[in-house]
Design a protein. Structure first.
Length: 169
């Protein structure tokens, strides 16, 4: 009964958790200066994620869903703090869940997150990602601004932070 309740709660919150809590693992930050010094670790991490995602998009048909999943799983696990995302999705009751069930929930949430990306990024039509070379410090973490730019049309903006992530259009 408790497991069914937790699963239902996770499914209800998953969309919000993916947008609001796409937490980057703790990264030391060093801002890029206007003179063009090397971007900080948060920016490099997001660029690597976008590059991997774009590569998968370009090979989407050849890879199929399972191939996309296999390619994206390591980069998503390196980029996102899936344990924190799961904790946020479950909510305050997280602390009352036994450790073995917490581990199972993190595993399931992680698989769902990778599967969502593998399913949704299923083709390439000339899109590109733009990653702002400077991150900004916020009370909740580092903000890295990114845009998915279609071959023709307006960019879709997203903002990822170390600690939280949100998307805006």
């Amino acid at each position: 009964m408790a497991v069914a309740w937790l699963r239902r709660r996770i499914w209800l919150k998953r969309a919000g958790a993916l947008l609001v809590a796409g937490a980057l693992q703790g990264l030391p930050g060093r801002r890029a200066s206007a003179q063009g010094t090397e971007p900080d670790a948060a920016v490099r991490r997001i660029r690597a994620f976008c590059d991997a995602l774009l590569d998968v998009m370009k090979q989407a048909e050849r890879l199929g869903v399972q191939g996309r999943y296999d390619r994206l799983a390591p980069v998503i696990r390196q980029t996102f703090d899936l344990e924190a995302m799961t904790r946020i999705a479950v909510g305050p009751g997280w602390r009352t869940i036994p450790a073995d069930l917490q581990k199972a929930l993190v595993d399931g949430f992680s698989r769902m997150t990778v599967a969502t990306y593998a399913n949704r990024f299923n083709g390439y039509s000339g899109e590109r990602f733009e990653v702002d070379p400077q991150s900004a410090e916020r009370s909740t973490g580092r903000v890295v601004r990114t845009k998915l730019v279609p071959a023709s049309g307006e960019p879709v903006a997203a903002r990822a932070t170390r600690g939280r992530s949100s998307t805006s259009t």
